[in-house]
Design a protein around this ligand. Structure first.
Ligand SMILES: [Zn+2]
Length: 318
């Protein structure tokens, strides 16, 4: 039974989530540690390897370790190409971890959205679905595509940057990427906050003020029917539906999985706008084939653990 165990680690901007799971995705142990943003790459690797080695001592042998990292990842070489939140550039995560592990165990490093998407296919709502899209709506918005069970991969490991497709490149809100009107500036945590700030002067009857606007406050104000918050949520819902329509026309998926902190917190507030924009903006043959589901997995750790089986299956097939 022990060789069926994996360790998953999701490295986020504020916390690192670890899970020890069996092949079926049952969790035997989980823990989180803060990500210390001031830490160097070597310090972070040292802290991670300490926790991994504690698991390895208690549960060896382990079949593999999967790690999800924000930003583009060269998964073949195990290198995190650019994780701005962590201050990493071309960080050789797999090699650095393997050097510090108490035993020789395979390590698989992957972009965190890809990892979450694979996890949904193995343990979540995309089980037995061959073609699906995963959209992660949190602080920003990112995506992953599985076609015939395999991840869509781009030339520089930076595919599915759907958050930076522009809805209004001339008059839209300025995005962190330097361009205007990116999808992310309407449907994401930072997008809804920026949108509400911009439209605050137009809504005299709102209960919100410039310094009270936050993601959390916008969601609760929308539940109270605050007109500004309702407007921001409706626009976010329409933009999300449009993004789903692009995916539906491009990839013809059977399922779109919606994950990420923001969407889990507020999907009922935007669902009807999302669905009607999706139907209105995609081809009927494509939109009839697709359903939308909320992600079943919580933090990204179980998705990261599922990377072990995904990559080991891939290696067997090649
Ligand atoms: Zn952008």
């Amino acid at each position: 039974m022990a060789e069926g165990l994996t360790i998953g680690l999701d490295i986020g901007g504020t916390k690192m989530a670890f899970v020890l799971a069996d092949r079926q995705g049952n969790t035997l142990d989980s823990r989180t540690e803060p990500t210390q943003s001031g830490d160097s790459f070597n310090d972070t690797v040292y802290r991670i390897s300490r926790t991994l080695n504690a698991y390895i001592a208690d549960y060896a042998p382990i079949a593999g370790i999967g790690v999800g990292v924000p930003g583009p990842v060269d998964s073949e070489r195990g290198i995190a190409l650019l994780a701005a939140n962590l201050g990493w550039k071309d960080a050789p995560l797999r090699a650095a971890l393997r050097k510090r592990l108490a035993r020789a165990i395979p390590v698989y490093v992957e972009n965190d959205v890809n990892a979450a998407a694979i996890g949904e296919g193995r343990y979540g709502v995309a089980k037995n679905v061959d073609n699906y899209v995963f959209l992660m709506v949190g602080t920003g918005i990112g995506g992953a595509v599985l076609l015939n069970g395999g991840l869509l991969r781009g030339a520089t490991h930076s595919e599915m940057e759907i958050g930076h497709i522009s809805l209004d490149p001339v008059n839209g809100r300025l995005c962190g990427c330097g361009r205007r009107g990116c999808l992310e500036m309407t449907v994401s945590g930072k997008g809804i906050v920026a949108h509400a700030q911009e439209h605050l002067p137009d809504y005299q009857n709102t209960s919100m003020s410039a310094d009270s606007i936050s993601t959390h406050e916008l969601i609760s104000a929308a539940r109270r029917d605050d007109p500004l918050a309702r407007h921001v949520m409706a626009e976010a819902g329409r933009a999300l539906g449009l993004a789903c329509a692009w995916c539906v026309n491009l990839f013809n998926p059977g399922l779109i999985v919606l994950g990420g902190g923001l969407i889990r917190a507020c999907y009922p507030l935007l669902e009807s706008e999302t669905l009607s924009a999706l139907r209105a903006r995609s081809l009927p043959l494509n939109s009839q084939a697709v359903s939308l589901k909320l992600s079943a997995l919580g933090d990204g750790a179980l998705g990261a653990a599922s990377l072990v089986w995904y990559h080991q299956d891939e290696e067997r097939q090649s």
